[in-house]
Write a protein that binds this ligand. Structure first.
Ligand SMILES: O=c1ccn([C@@H]2O[C@H](COP(=O)(O)OP(=O)(O)O[C@H]3O[C@H](CO)[C@@H](O)[C@H](O)[C@H]3O)[C@@H](O)[C@H]2O)c(=O)[nH]1
Ligand SMILES: [Mn+2]
Length: 776
């Protein structure tokens, strides 16, 4: 019980098993000390620099380990009391909530998916007249607008249906895919079928118009909003479009049961080619301004268009934090974890499991989770840039939320459009001190940090039923590209004035500043990893030993750290609900990301610092063609489109394979000599084995796959298949490769192979030469 007999609306508990974790961490720390001691005291006479390199890489890993331990030192988990919220607040006293959904490209983010997300958030278990849903369309697509128009009609059926059947999840697409027809109640079953039919009809209409690529004239007549597209020159060149499809305060805006509907707004902010639009951060800032005129709710939930609501109570949960009398006033945002509903059982491209379920809880224990861009409920004041102060706290505590939302007559559509114009922000603090921050590709993390540095707290909440489910990338390249963006954005933060150690003072505790480094250092991690992947195998060829003998007692700390560290990671992964194979896949992706995504992120950022290139937000595709999708479901790694990242992966994989072959062929010597080699080079050989094992899918792709997917296969079918899927899905990415494929078609098998992998051949050649030299 809180002060004055007040029952809190939420409670916070520390994670269990901390003693185990802390003793594990301490034991690894001791192991690391021994390793350092060995490195220093056994400094070799020759090949010193290689040894120094190993030591530096190990110091780096140790430092990173230290930060991970800080993040996981004290995780906390929260629970809420929604019944207390309901008994303390009448429905009318509950605050308004604005919901922002972002979309950017109808080809990568199909309008059917977007409207399912919109419908899912319209159907929250919350007074509908207190909700306003805004769709920001950075693609400025009349297809998306058409889909939203359809959704606004379907909402009249969907919302009452959700209430009646207590539907969960409230995304019609996800619901009808996962929930069987209710059989025990004939009346319900009937209604269920009607709604399902109605949904499918709508979906078909949207899909057929989407596949046409434009809205036909007879449809355009149905709503005068389409006229706005007469002024659209391209998605990057058009005036603001603002359409209020449902005005919640209009007495006629009701569902089929006569209950109010949430407000529904379509916004495509103005874009001009010469003016930078700042990607998603720019879109969110336009929404913050426009919504402040239309509904001005004190709380803002934002989701990506692929993240549907999976838990209709999530808003009430979040309000348990904000409206708590004890601590609610200091909370700026409540972050839900990102979870994905398209993951396969063993998560072939890895998952954000540990990050989302444990590390964010660790952040919370250290002062508050970072903001991860979606599934987050913000307080309007803090998101708009206000500092936390005692006076504000008093004001927030006394705040009453029952006031009616500004009437629809009180705002002027033209004024709102001006707020979304592309020049509005010129010479204003927007994007810097106000709103979502522009100076990083991970606008979310930077914005969260900025809010925390202004004295606010944040809360991580992971309810039993996942609050949001989204779509993770379904190809290797998509995953690597996504992580490149993240790695780059995080590095931008570290190397700017927003470095947590500078920016975080004095309001963020040191442990929270350090916690942020776990992500800020993603990109720099690539160097130590590359060194470890490359140099020990290389030294194996040259007969240079880099580790203690297996039989010596100095081998023990190395073995201990390697083994126990990985076992801990496995146990943690399985404890968080993953599978053992999933963990293995995660290890593979850990390495792939470090050797490619983060390397490219680091290089790109350097180029940017010297002014050679500009940041770009590569949107993650949410559609895959049937073949790609099938292989994803079968957990077969996809190498569909060529990328320089694959060249790096292939080179490293081949290199380690040759290392292993060298070991095997070199050791035909019998008896003692062989044992000796294993003793001296044991760790390097082990490392080589592990790397070859990790790279298995790459060899498969290079040498054995016949399924016309692999960029390493040079069968002509590959290109035809790609061209076919290209025309079918018009994916931007595939289009970009189109020219290259046509070009390649004319080349002979060998030439095209060499063309793709020049390095690979040179390196293979050199390695073989080295190998034979070693053999004599
Ligand atoms: O110019 C843009 C680019 C993107 N988006 C939207 O941003 C969201 C995220 O884009 P996505 O391609 O799905 O990227 P992810 O890597 O999946 O996004 C993660 O990483 C981003 C930061 O890099 C965060 O903003 C996201 O919330 C987080 O889910 C999507 O809804 C897009 O429609 C825009 O609105 N405008
Ligand atoms: Mn996404």
């Amino acid at each position: 019980m809180g002060k004055n007999g007040y029952l809190p609306l939420f409670e916070t508990k520390p994670a269990g098993g901390l003693v185990f974790f802390r003793s594990y961490a301490a034991s690894i720390f001791i192991g690391i000390c021994f390793i350092c001691f060995h490195r220093v005291s056994y400094f070799p006479v020759t090949e010193r620099w290689v040894w120094v390199g190993m030591f530096v890489a190990e110091l780096w890993f140790s430092f990173y380990f230290f930060i991970t331990v800080i993040v996981k030192w004290n995780p906390v988990f929260r629970s809420t009391f929604k019944d207390r919220l309901s008994s303390r607040f009448e429905e009318e006293e509950l605050p308004g909530v604005d919901i922002f959904v972002c979309t950017a490209d109808p080809r990568l983010e199909p309008p059917t998916m977007v409207v399912s997300t919109v419908l899912s958030v319209m159907a929250y278990d919350y007074p509908p007249h207190k909700l306003s849903v805004y769709l920001s369309d950075d693609g400025c697509s009349d297809l998306t607008f058409y889909a939203l128009l359809e959704a606004s009609g379907f909402a009249q059926l969907w919302l009452p249906f959700c209430r009646k059947l207590k539907v969960e999840p409230t995304s019609p697409e996800a619901y009808f895919q996962t929930t069987p027809e209710p059989v025990d109640d004939v009346f319900m079953a009937n209604e269920w079928l009607i709604i399902k039919k109605s949904y499918e009809d709508m979906k078909n209409r949207i899909e057929s118009i989407t596949s046409l690529g434009k809205v036909p004239a007879y449809r355009r007549k149905e709503h005068n909003g389409f006229d706005e597209w007469d002024f659209v020159l391209s998605p990057h060149h058009h005036p603001s479009i603002l359409q209020i499809l449902i005005d919640g305060r209009d007495p006629n805006a009701i569902d089929i049961e006569g209950k109010a509907l949430p407000t529904l707004v379509y916004l495509a902010r103005e874009k001009r080619p010469q003016i930078h639009h700042n990607f998603k951060a720019g879109a969110l800032n336009a929404l913050i301004r426009v919504s402040s005129k239309v509904s001005n709710a004190p709380f803002i939930l934002n989701v990506d268009c692929d993240m549907f609501s999976n838990n209709s109570k999530a808003i009430r949960d979040a309000l348990c934090f904000f409206l708590d009398e004890g601590n609610g006033h200091e909370i700026a945002y409540v972050q839900y974890p990102q979870a994905f509903d398209n993951l396969t059982e063993n998560e072939i491209y890895g998952s954000l499991r540990v990050l989302m379920k444990l590390e964010l809880a660790g952040f919370d224990g250290n002062g508050g989770p970072c903001y991860v861009g979606t599934g987050c409920v913000h307080r309007r004041e803090s998101l708009s840039g206000m500092k936390y102060s005692e006076e504000l706290a008093v004001e927030l505590k006394a705040m009453k939320y029952d006031k009616k939302i500004i009437g629809s007559a009180s705002f002027n559509e033209e004024d709102c459009k001006a707020l979304a114009s592309c020049t509005y922000e010129e010479n204003t603090p927007w994007g810097k001190e106000k709103g979502v921050k522009y100076e990083s590709l991970v606008e979310d993390v930077l914005t969260g940090m900025s809010i925390q540095s202004k004295g606010w707290r944040s809360v991580f909440f992971n309810p039993q039923r996942e609050a949001f489910l989204g779509m993770g990338p379904t190809t290797l390249l998509d995953t690597l590209v996504q992580h490149k963006r993240w790695g780059e954005g995080e590095l931008q933060i570290l190397l700017s004035k927003h470095c947590p150690f500078v920016y975080g003072r004095p309001n963020m505790p040191l442990k929270l500043q350090l916690s942020y480094c776990i992500y800020n250092l993603w990109a720099p991690n690539c160097f130590a990893t590359l060194y470890y992947v490359f140099v020990p195998s290389f030294c194996l060829f040259r007969g240079i030993s880099l580790f203690p003998k297996i039989s010596s007692s100095w081998g023990i700390p190395y073995l201990y750290v390697i083994f126990v560290h990985r076992v801990h990671s496995l146990v943690e992964y399985v404890w968080l609900g993953g599978t053992v194979r999933g963990w293995l896949n995660e290890q593979r992706m850990w390495m792939f990301k470090r050797t490619t995504s983060y390397l490219f992120a680091a290089i790109d950022h350097m180029l940017k610092l010297f002014g050679f290139s500009k940041s770009a937000f590569a949107i993650t595709g949410k559609v895959a063609d049937d073949d790609v999708h099938r292989r994803y479901e079968q957990e077969i790694m996809e190498f569909g489109t060529w990328s320089p990242m694959f060249t790096v992966l292939a080179t490293l994989a081949l290199f380690n394979l040759l290392g292993l072959i060298a070991v095997v062929t070199n050791n035909v010597a019998i008896g003692d000599a062989r044992m000796k080699i294993f003793d001296v080079f044991g760790f390097q050989i082990l490392l080589c084995y592990v790397l070859v094992f990790i790279n298995l899918p790459i060899y498969q792709g290079m040498f054995f796959r016949k399924d016309s997917v692999s960029v390493w296969s040079t069968e002509p079918e590959t290109r035809t298949a790609d061209l076919r899927s290209d025309s079918k899905f018009q994916s931007v990415k595939l289009q970009a490769c189109n020219t290259r494929f046509v070009f390649k078609e004319k080349r002979s098998k060998l030439v095209s192979c060499i063309c793709n992998f020049p390095y690979l051949f040179i390196i293979t050649y050199k390695l073989l030469k080295l190998l034979f030299e070693n053999l004599d």
